[in-house]
Write a protein that binds this ligand. Structure first.
Ligand SMILES: [Zn+2]
Length: 58
């Protein structure tokens, strides 16, 4: 998704890949803002990627 320009990562130091309690999970305003634009957050995936949002869903 990154190479296609439809994904971004933010604050990897506090939202590391595989972290089951990413910091963004405690900031509903951020989660809601992306969700309102229909972006998908990686923090809820089976292997959490809390730094990751993507605009495409495949
Ligand atoms: Zn990413």
């Amino acid at each position: 998704m990154h190479c296609c320009g439809c994904a971004v990562d933010f604050d990897p130091a506090r939202n590391g890949f595989g972290d089951t309690t990413p910091n963004f999970g405690h900031i509903p305003a951020v989660l809601d803002a992306f969700a309102s634009e229909e972006w998908t957050w990686g923090g809820k995936w089976g292997k959490p990627d809390g730094m990751h949002w993507q605009a495409a869903n495949v």
